[in-house]
Unconditional design. Structure first.
Length: 158
């Protein structure tokens, strides 16, 4: 299968929310039993994905989507969340393509950085994001936890 790797912004009400939700659930399944607390992806619904298309940005690669990312403007940065790549398409540079897109979108908005959070337990993701130019800027704990559960990382927009 040939894949057009150009990211496409998903419009609200486009009917793609279910396929995006399915992609996230499949892609994040490997975290089950590895992270505590469980992923926020369990709280995602078709409606909340569509709402994010309205209030933020959702970008996909492929039809049906094989990669996606959610982007949310914050004070001084663009928050990158729900970066997912289907297992069959990993290692093809799709995550890097979406991270570069996030950097371009941050620059276009006049923001200084792209920010993300990665779970403490997912050390392979720490390394992957570091290879894409992210540096650790902090740690946070989910409510009810007395230890860090997430690492905050940023990639400066140049």
């Amino acid at each position: 299968m040939t894949l057009d790797t150009a990211p496409v912004r998903v419009q609200p009400g486009s009917g793609q929310a279910e396929a995006i939700l399915d992609l996230i659930r499949r892609s994040f399944a490997q975290m089950e039993g590895r992270i505590d607390p469980p992923s926020s992806m369990h709280r995602l619904t078709v409606e909340s994905v569509d709402q994010h298309c309205r209030n933020g940005e959702v970008w996909t690669i492929g039809t049906p989507p094989v990669a996606c990312v959610f982007l949310t403007p914050k004070s001084g940065c663009l928050y990158l969340g729900k970066l997912a790549v289907d297992a069959a398409w990993r290692g093809q540079g799709l995550a890097a393509r979406l991270v570069d897109l996030a950097t371009d979108r941050a620059r276009a908005r006049g923001l200084d950085a792209v920010e993300l959070q990665v779970r403490v337990e997912l050390t392979e993701n720490h390394r992957a994001f570091a290879r894409m130019g992210f540096v650790k800027t902090g740690e946070t704990a989910h409510p009810g936890y007395d230890r860090p559960t997430s690492i905050t990382m940023q990639r400066i927009v140049t």
